[in-house]
Design a protein around this ligand. Structure first.
Ligand SMILES: N[C@@H](CCC(=O)N[C@@H](CS)C(=O)NCC(=O)O)C(=O)O
Length: 285
């Protein structure tokens, strides 16, 4: 392995790289241009994209709607991160971290902005009293795995996915390092799922909803075209669980919201009512 790069005394932002994700960030936070966000009629206004972090929220919202909770109706607007829409003044006002997903909840006496996907999951689960045990060990175990997902998935996405799938040059050192970590995480999950039906126990919770879009999609072959490289079939319990979750109708609905790529039946670019999803799902042959 060669290493021809010697870091300068002081880092400067002269990174080169032609891939679509190489240059969207800069070391400065904050808005880059003035633009208001669109507003819909529902109390819940989501600004997101159908990546795994975005899918977590739309899957939960669809699960809540499937239970007949009408107050979970939402408007979902697309934030195209490849076009720098996360840096508009309107988006930065609701999430100073400039990353999807972000939600405004206007249902209370004062509206509240919620960012970080896990914070949105907890906010909605508590608001509607669903998918998060109310007390005791079951609640703690759900938080264990919810936080595990938030801490672990960046190694899968920002680490493994970036270097294996997106980086211009395939470099052995980062690919080795992150593949090892992803396989270790899959083994952790596989062991846990050998003892329980769901990630945090016998109940389907927001922990499953946080973990599935990353590790479920990975083992089902929907992420980074890496199923063979990572040998996902060896994680039999993860595979069993991934299919179980995938079979839920709310998951099939939520995972295609704010998606602007893939097949026609996978693209609900904006969602304002159930019909927006129904219409697109009917295109599936
Ligand atoms: N920890 C955050 C991560 C969110 C995140 O990384 N979002 C990505 C898309 S999956 C994003 O918006 N990237 C845009 C950027 O980095 O500028 C969460 O869970 O909400």
């Amino acid at each position: 392995m060669s290493n021809e790069y010697t870091p300068a005394k002081v880092w400067v932002n002269d990174a080169v790289g032609g891939n679509q994700w190489a240059n969207i960030n800069s070391p400065e936070s904050g808005a880059r241009y003035e633009k208001k966000l669109p507003k819909g009629e529902h109390a819940l206004q989501l600004h997101s994209l159908g990546t795994p972090n975005g899918q977590k929220v739309t899957i939960l919202l669809e699960e809540l709607l499937a239970l007949g909770i009408k107050a979970a109706e939402y408007d979902a607007y697309l934030i195209n991160i490849g076009e720098s829409e996360q840096f508009s003044s309107g988006f930065v006002d609701i999430n100073p971290n400039s990353k999807i997903p972000a939600l405004t909840d206007k249902s209370g006496s004062e509206e509240v902005n919620v960012f970080e996907s896990a914070s949105i999951l907890v906010h909605l689960a508590e608001k509607f009293g669903q998918f998060l045990p109310k007390e005791g060990n079951a609640r703690t175990k759900t938080f264990n795995w919810l936080f595990w997902a938030q801490g672990s998935a960046p190694f899968l996405g920002g680490g493994f996915g970036h270097f294996y799938a997106y980086a211009d040059e395939k470099q052995e050192y980062p690919i080795n390092r992150f593949t090892m970590e992803v396989k270790r995480q899959l083994d952790v999950l596989d062991t846990q799922l050998s003892k329980n039906t769901f990630v945090a126990g016998e109940e389907y919770t927001i922990a499953d909803i946080a973990v599935w879009p990353w590790y479920g999609n990975l083992v089902l072959g929907n992420l980074y075209d890496a199923a063979e490289f990572v040998q996902v079939r060896t994680y039999k319990n993860v595979m069993r669980w991934a299919k179980l979750i995938e079979n839920r109708e709310a998951v099939q609905r939520g995972r295609i919201v704010n998606c602007s790529w893939g097949e026609e039946w996978q693209q609900v670019v904006e969602r304002h009512s159930a019909e927006d999803i129904d219409t697109v799902m009917k295109l599936r042959v």
